[in-house]
Design a protein around this ligand. Structure first.
Ligand code: SAM
Length: 284
């Protein structure tokens, strides 16, 4: 029996019983491995950090896509920064959007996830509405170009190539690429273990947007309890819709889900007190 040990933290590790290593290579950007686990199906890890598991990816991808898109209510253009596994694309394309632009630094992630974990993108890359740009997200957003109603920053953690996607410069450039009423969301880790990341992101988003906060989801393989997803927009009403309004919008183009629902959507903006206290404490 072999085990894959995640080394995101120097004081806490999780291990997966490995049934088979399907692929492993050092790409130009990161150490990429895809293996078959006993409990969570096929798993992608980058630089030793769990990125996506077939067994629980629906939680993260449904929340990071459907909450901003239905809160906004009239999304036509979506950008996904990172997200090479295709899960956010898959969920965003369930909405009546016109275009989804994926900006991914590592083509190896797209290629290997399409080959060894095709269920994650589930054909999204063949959708005519999808445009794939192989680039560093920080470079892409720093230049003038297409404007977006929603920008989803589906990045690795702030180590390695993902580090630049947690900077104020990057968030400010994303804001320049938003249409009026636009929303930026990001994966912002597990506050119980990554409090500094939470406080840092909140301080940066608060300095740029009229409404900067988080929403939460419980992703089993992102260990440590609730995961916070960052939220920035100049339209505070986006976060204030009751479940009934979200459901009205959803019913216009319904589709099956396994985690997201209108009640959970509305409730996901309710934050644990320790998260609120961290936000109030800021980075001082
Ligand atoms: N769901 C995962 C999580 O919450 O940690 C993220 C999964 S997705 C595989 C992360 C993607 O971000 C990877 O494909 C990685 O190559 C990409 N990435 C990292 N840094 C990037 C950058 N600077 N620009 C664009 N993509 C980047």
């Amino acid at each position: 029996m072999t085990w894959f040990e995640e080394r995101l933290y120097d004081h806490w590790r999780q291990s997966f019983l490995v049934e088979e290593v399907l692929f492993r290579e050092q790409t130009e950007f990161q150490d990429l491995i895809i293996f078959k686990s006993r409990k969570f199906g096929r798993v992608l890890a980058l630089d030793g950090v769990i990125q996506v598991c077939e067994g629980d990816e629906f939680v993260y991808h449904e929340m990071l896509a459907h909450v901003p898109l239905l809160a906004h209510g009239a999304v036509r253009d979506v950008a996904v920064v990172g997200g090479g596994d295709g899960g956010i694309l898959r969920e965003a394309l369930k909405h009546p959007i016109e275009r989804a632009t994926l900006i991914e630094i590592d083509p190896g992630v797209i290629e290997m996830c399409r080959r060894y974990m095709p269920g994650i993108s589930a054909g999204a890359y063949d959708d005519p509405r999808v445009e794939v740009v192989i680039a560093d997200g920080v470079d892409y957003m720093s230049k003038p170009g297409r404007l977006f109603d929603v920008i989803v920053i589906d990045s690795t953690d702030p180590i390695g190539p993902g580090e630049v996607l947690f900077t104020e410069t990057f968030y400010a450039d994303c804001k320049k690429r938003l249409k009026p009423r636009g929303i930026v969301v990001n994966q912002n880790g597990v506050p119980f273990l990554q409090d500094e990341e939470l406080r840092s992101t909140h301080a940066k988003l608060k300095g740029l947007f009229a409404d900067a906060s988080f929403f939460v989801a419980a992703v089993p393989t992102y260990v440590g309890g609730l995961m916070t997803l960052g939220w920035g927009t100049d339209d505070p009403t986006h976060r204030q819709h009751a479940a009934a309004e979200i459901d009205r919008r959803f019913q216009a183009h319904p589709f099956p889900t396994r985690y997201w629902n209108p009640d959970l959507h509305a409730a996901s903006f309710a934050l644990p007190q320790f998260v609120r206290d961290s936000m109030a404490r800021g980075t001082s």
